[in-house]
Design a protein around this ligand. Structure first.
Ligand SMILES: Nc1ncnc2c1ncn2[C@@H]1O[C@H](COP(=O)(O)OP(=O)(O)OP(=O)(O)O)[C@@H](O)[C@H]1O
Length: 259
């Protein structure tokens, strides 16, 4: 009998990253993410969660370590001068949404969505528009196709940002505190969109302080503190009782208890 082997989707090995000589943020981080997993990264403020996502997105240089994607080398520090090497083809297959809206303000919603597919992939405009309209429909934003970002609520902007990332058919989505800057009443509409993607098995890595969301979206939770993985397991193991509140205080409390 032959055993089928599927490599990890993302494998981070011994990742070190500092900002300048004094701020060492990631100190030998190891993470392995299987295909189809939804990994939530939690931890105290300043622990390096955003930095981890930015590194995986290829936005930051690393000091040492390596990342593979689907079993293939993706990011490494190699060569005589330890230069960071990033496979740009692989990078294009990763989508990221940030805490603060990163839509182009001078472009309409539809233009925001079709820009990268047309420019980066050379997709025909009519085809990109059709795909964009279908996504906007799915996210309840069809009526906003010709609006500009300034005319949208924070929740709508984040949903457009997610739709824009999906236009490039990512194999992995990274969400970095995408609801942290939103008014509380707008959080649910963005979380619902991400839950919808999860239901379709989109692999994702999510940084959030929202414990309700973490519990509902995660197939695995990684507790990251002091630049390393402190705990890694199913949500009920890492997050404890569902009665815990959904606040930053919770994380800080858990961290202090474990120190
Ligand atoms: N570009 C930068 N230059 C210098 N220091 C930085 C830079 N980006 C982040 N840092 C520092 O690195 C540390 C880790 O930051 P990071 O944003 O990755 O943490 P985090 O776990 O996401 O925190 P939070 O939960 O508050 O967002 C912090 O001390 C931060 O001040």
């Amino acid at each position: 009998m032959t055993m089928s082997f599927s490599p990890p989707l993302v494998k981070v090995e011994s990742l070190h990253k500092s900002y300048g000589p004094n701020i060492q943020v990631l100190k030998g981080l190891d993470i392995e993410m299987k295909p189809g997993e939804r990994v939530v990264v939690i931890g105290p403020s300043g622990g390096g969660k955003s930095t981890l996502l930015r590194v995986i997105m290829g936005l930051e240089k690393i000091d040492s370590g390596s990342i593979t994607f689907g079993g293939k080398p993706y990011i490494s520090s190699a060569g005589r001068d330890k230069k960071t090497i990033i496979d740009t083809e692989v990078r294009r297959s990763i989508g990221m949404v940030f805490q603060h809206y990163t839509l182009f303000p001078h472009l309409s919603v539809l233009q925001n969505l079709i820009l990268a597919p047309c420019k980066v992939r050379g997709e025909k405009k009519e085809i990109a528009i059709k795909r964009a309209q279908a996504l906007l429909e799915r996210f309840g934003l069809a009526a906003k196709a010709n609006s500009y970002p300034a005319q949208l609520s924070g929740g709508q902007k984040q949903r457009v940002a997610i739709a824009r990332a999906l236009m490039l058919d990512p194999k992995l989505m990274l969400f970095d505190e995408v609801t942290s800057a939103l008014d509380p009443e707008l959080v649910a509409e963005v979380e619902q969109v991400i839950l919808q993607l999860a239901a379709q098995n989109m692999p994702m890595m999510i940084v959030t302080h929202d414990m309700w969301f973490a519990r509902n979206i995660a197939s695995r939770v990684i507790f990251c503190a002091g630049g390393a993985v402190v705990e890694d397991g199913p949500p009920e193991q890492v997050l404890g009782s569902p009665k815990e509140e959904r606040t930053r205080d919770f994380i800080d409390r858990v961290f202090h208890i474990r120190q």
